[in-house]
Each structure stands twice: as structure tokens, then as C-alpha cells.
Design a protein around this ligand. Structure first.
Ligand SMILES: [Zn+2]
Length: 129
């Protein structure tokens, strides 16, 4: 019989930051995602399980929130300062939006998974200890 893990759980902020770095929220060394968005079943370093966590729509929601708050002020600033031709605006900002979305979506998923893990939300075993 194995002893229960008596390790100190990192804070929610630490777990979220580790998740943002696509690292295991528990140990900070193993990978959190396999492929682009799928969580690993368990950390290859510490064995913490992540396959049961369901982030649902939270990562896209957070990504949209962040990208919108980055792109819109930049778009308006460029328009006010430089008034570039419409084709420049119509080409530049969709590309920036797509790039930022692709870069931020896995990191936002990591943040959400880190918070879910640290708060034990979605963990059916949270009442056991
Ligand atoms: Zn780990």
C-alpha cells in the first residue's frame, strides 16, 4: 500500500503561471499539454493526473479577452497616429489577431488547467482530503 502524497500543493498563482508556461502545475517540470491543446493524462515527471480536468470554454474565452484587449487599442492607436491605407489595416490586424490567438490559446488552457488543478475544481476526489 502506498502512502498518500503529502506534498505541499503550490499556490493557485504558481499553478497558473506554471500552466501558462505549459508546464505541470504541480512540479513545474513535466509537460502539461500533448500536441496543441490536449492535456496529458499524467505528468511524466511527478505523475500528477490531468486527463480528468475539463477546461471547457474557459481557454477560448480568456484568449478572446486578452487578444481583444491587445489588438483593439493597438489598432486604434495606429489608425489615429499614422492613418495607414485601409488595405494595410485590413491585412495587418487579422494576421496579428490570428497569430496572437494561436500563441495564447494553449497558454490560456494551461492557466485554466493550473487553476482547476490548484483549486481541485472538477476533481471528484476533492472531498476525500
Ligand atoms: Zn509534474
Amino acid at each position: 500500500m502506498s502512502a498518500p502524497a503529502a506534498t505541499v500543493r503550490p499556490s493557485v498563482l504558481t499553478a497558473a503561471l506554471r500552466g501558462a508556461g505549459l508546464c505541470c502545475p504541480a512540479c513545474g517540470r513535466g509537460r502539461l499539454l500533448r500536441g496543441y491543446l490536449a492535456p496529458v493524462e499524467a505528468c511524466s515527471v511527478c505523475g500528477e493526473r490531468y486527463g480528468h480536468l475539463r477546461a471547457d470554454d474557459a481557454p477560448p474565452w480568456l484568449t478572446i479577452l486578452l487578444v481583444g484587449h491587445i489588438v483593439m487599442p493597438l489598432l486604434l492607436m495606429v489608425e489615429q497616429r499614422y492613418s495607414p491605407p485601409l488595405w494595410v489595416q485590413a491585412t495587418l490586424w487579422p494576421a496579428v489577431t490570428l497569430l496572437l490567438t494561436l500563441l495564447l490559446l494553449p497558454r490560456c488552457k494551461g492557466v485554466i488547467l493550473g487553476v482547476l488543478w490548484a483549486t481541485r475544481a472538477g476533481d471528484d476526489r476533492r472531498d476525500e482530503g
